[in-house]
Design a protein around this ligand. Structure first.
Ligand SMILES: Cc1cc2nc3c(=O)[nH]c(=O)nc-3n(C[C@H](O)[C@H](O)[C@H](O)COP(=O)(O)OP(=O)(O)OC[C@H]3O[C@@H](n4cnc5c(N)ncnc54)[C@H](O)[C@@H]3O)c2cc1C
Length: 370
């Protein structure tokens, strides 16, 4: 009999985990408060704690380095695995998955040691799958403040097209979904089989594992907080996803969403800022800085066509995402996969692989800590 797993959460992490568990042979139910819906009708305040609609979402390579937090090495490996899955999905479903491959361009005003090492030793240590090229200074923006740049092959997704695609694949292959709010992941073990739409006698026990893909964790965790992000969606397309790290710590970037989704111009990264309202002044700044840096996006127009402001909360965890198994006394095995911060899409399939591995290890009698 196939084993049954319940995934709490239907953001990009819960959906990726659910799909991969399903492909591995598990019978999977997703229980979540929020599910993917068209971005155009998603309420900015009611859904602010559902991070996935508000992401860009692009993949940027974040080079690990001995001087940086250790989890970045693990995260880089997860991003490489994700790239492979995105390539496969894009090839198999070019018109429906919501994935677009394009150039990623990086400009850095004050490069840290990880970028200087890359300039000196080349990208081989990062094992990047596509092409990678350091930019010549003649290719930098004209303001003279950028001192390091590169371009590489990467992917972007239109978040709600992509997440809806994953959900559709999941349901069409027999996955069950339940809209419900829970207080703790382990609460799932006490819920009715009927509610969870699982059969009590399959696989020896009712539920082999619960995957906690709730974004912010739903368990006491002193390392969890949020990073507010304000961006602006414009109607224009762009030929690349361009990111600039400014010397004052701010970021200027664009993420073309594809699939008629326009382009996200960003963006702020504000730790512990819980303000739900966008600032018109910030929007003006973001648009001005981006068009000065990359005027090509204007295509000869005077200004960009603003569709809407975006404010989102990145589920940020000091020390990096929590991806580990926990045997909760009196309940059962919970595989945590939360705290993805600003990299949920980038790391999603790598996380899903780690989750499947953790569940398998538990089911076959081991423990999981990654
Ligand atoms: C402005 C902005 C730009 C970003 N850009 C990028 C980018 O370019 N690339 C990238 O990779 N990432 C980006 N991110 C980050 C990315 O959006 C997040 O990392 C990702 O969406 C997190 O996904 P998740 O599934 O962990 O959480 P969420 O999307 O928040 O999903 C959590 C799920 O758990 C459910 N849930 C929560 N609590 C409960 C409960 N009590 N009971 C039942 N269900 C519950 C929710 O309903 C939801 O279904 C960006 C984020 C922001 C805000």
């Amino acid at each position: 009999m196939p084993r049954q797993v319940v995934v709490v959460g239907a953001g990009v992490i819960g959906l990726s985990c659910a799909r991969l568990l399903q492909q591995t042979g598990y019978v999977v139910t997703i229980v979540a408060r929020d599910f993917p819906a068209p971005f155009e009708t998603t309420d900015p305040i009611a859904k602010i704690n559902y991070a996935s609609p508000w992401g860009g979402a692009h993949n940027r390579w974040v080079p690990p380095h001995p001087s940086l937090p250790a989890h970045l090495t693990r995260d880089h490996a997860l991003s490489l695995r994700t790239y492979t899955h995105m390539k496969r999905l894009h090839t198999a479903h070019p018109y429906t998955a919501g994935i677009t491959f394009m150039k990623g361009i990086e400009y850095v005003e004050r490069p840290g040691p990880e970028y200087l090492a890359l300039a000196k030793d080349g990208p081989d240590a990062l094992r990047l799958p596509g092409s990678f090229r350091l930019l010549d200074s003649s290719e930098f923006p004209r303001d003279g403040r950028v001192t390091w740049g590169c371009e590489y092959d990467t992917w972007c997704v239109n978040p709600m097209v992509y997440c809806s695609f994953l959900l559709r694949q999941f349901v069409h292959r027999g996955g069950k979904v339940v809209t419900r709010e829970v207080r703790r992941p382990e609460e799932i073990f006490s819920l009715d089989a009927e509610l969870l739409r699982v059969s009590p006698n399959e696989g020896g026990g009712m539920i082999a594992a619960v995957v906690n893909a709730s974004g912010t964790g739903l368990v006491p965790d002193p390392n969890m907080t949020i990073t507010r992000g304000q961006t602006c969606l414009v109607a224009e397309d762009c030929d690349a996803t361009v990111t600039r790290q400014n010397a004052d710590g701010s970021w200027t970037f664009c993420v073309p969403r594809g699939f008629d989704g326009g382009t996200v111009i960003g963006g702020t990264k504000e730790l512990n800022n819980w303000d739900v309202k966008p600032s018109a002044k910030v929007r003006e700044e973001l648009l001005r800085k981006f068009t000065e840096m990359y005027p090509k996006i204007l295509g000869g127009q005077k200004q960009l066509t603003v569709l809407r402001d975006i404010v989102g909360r990145r589920p940020t965890r000091n020390g990096g995402p929590r991806i580990e198994g926990e045997l909760v006394p009196g309940a059962g095995f919970v595989m945590h996969a939360y705290g993805l911060g600003g990299r949920g899409y980038e790391l999603s399939w790598g996380v899903a692989e780690a989750v499947v591995e953790g569940v398998e290890r538990h089911v076959t009698g081991g423990e999981a800590k990654l």
